[in-house]
Design a protein around this ligand. Structure first.
Ligand SMILES: [Fe+2]
Ligand SMILES: [Fe+2]
Length: 291
């Protein structure tokens, strides 16, 4: 069997395993559609969500995090929805539904259960600072893409793990990135697989595209959302938030900050603000370890 055939063989298995992945909670997708309608009331929203007890519990845990700035302890779904702003409701819904998917060991990348959640949430929190700096009008869209950008690792790590020596050796000795080494050995990478998962889960095309592009400079430089996601991810990695074996082995386009109108000073400020927002949300990051 030649090398290309072997890669296709592995990729077949990877795509096949996506079929076994549980679907994203339909109630959340329905709630997100309701939120698009300005006529929707919080009562209607609560009516859709309240029968999913695990989801409701996660919504309350997240709402009570310091990150969302509610000054009193919230114990009911209705109160949570009434106190959060529209953007925050979207963020809390997506994060609550994503928590079970992101609370997984991804040992193939040398990451523990808490790492993928911390990295996704850290990147999402940093992305809020990036969105504000770039004057982006839809921070909840960027937040969602950032939270879920590495979701492909939950599947890919099973295939990366057994071949990790080969991948890392290629990435260390050849002039290739981790992504290029993954492609050479497995015929795919976590960004491609992650975007496929989000497509199956019926996420909007711009989020699917940004996740697909997040390690590919040729792609993210041509799309605002992808570029903001890519820099948020780079900041999260540079801060050491949930970094796996692949962490520092990606190519960064030298013009990425300039593409987003950032100079050395604004990069520095973004990282400071991002890190302090991340530290403030420490309780939120501990949720996975507690569960
Ligand atoms: Fe990634
Ligand atoms: Fe990442």
């Amino acid at each position: 069997m030649n090398a290309v055939a072997a890669e296709d063989f592995t990729l077949d298995y990877i795509f096949e395993s996506l079929n076994a992945l549980p679907s994203f909670p339909k109630v959340v997708q329905k709630a997100m559609k309701l939120l698009d309608d300005p006529e929707t009331t919080m009562e209607q929203l609560a009516e859709v969500l309240k029968y999913d007890q695990a989801l409701t519990a996660n919504i309350l845990r997240l709402t009570n995090s310091a990150h969302f700035g509610i000054s009193r302890q919230v114990t009911s779904l209705e109160t949570a929805l009434a106190l959060l702003g529209q953007q925050q409701i979207r963020q809390v819904l997506i994060a609550s539904a994503s928590m079970p998917f992101l609370s997984k060991d991804t040992e193939g990348y040398n990451m523990q259960a808490a790492d993928l959640w911390a990295h996704g949430m850290g990147c999402a929190i940093i992305s809020e600072v990036v969105a504000a700096r770039c004057g982006f009008s839809e921070p909840a869209v960027l937040f969602t893409a950032a939270l879920l950008h590495d979701i492909g690792k939950t599947v890919m790590h099973l295939y990366v793990g057994p071949r990790i020596r080969e991948i890392v050796t290629r990435a260390n000795t050849g002039d290739v990135t981790f992504t290029e080494a993954e492609w050479a050995v497995l015929g795919g990478d976590h960004a491609v697989i992650g975007s496929d998962i989000l497509r199956k889960w019926e996420f909007p095309p711009d989020i699917v595209r940004a996740v697909r592009n997040h390690h590919d400079p040729d792609l993210y430089m041509h799309d605002d959302l992808s570029a903001m996601l890519a820099i948020s991810d780079i900041f999260a990695v540079q801060m050491g938030i949930g970094v796996g074996v692949d962490g520092f082995r990606y190519k960064i386009h030298p013009e990425l900050p300039a593409r987003l109108g950032m100079d050395q000073h604004s990069i520095h400020q973004c990282m400071l603000d991002g890190y302090s927002a991340y530290r403030k949300a420490a309780d939120l990051l501990n949720l996975v370890e507690e569960s």
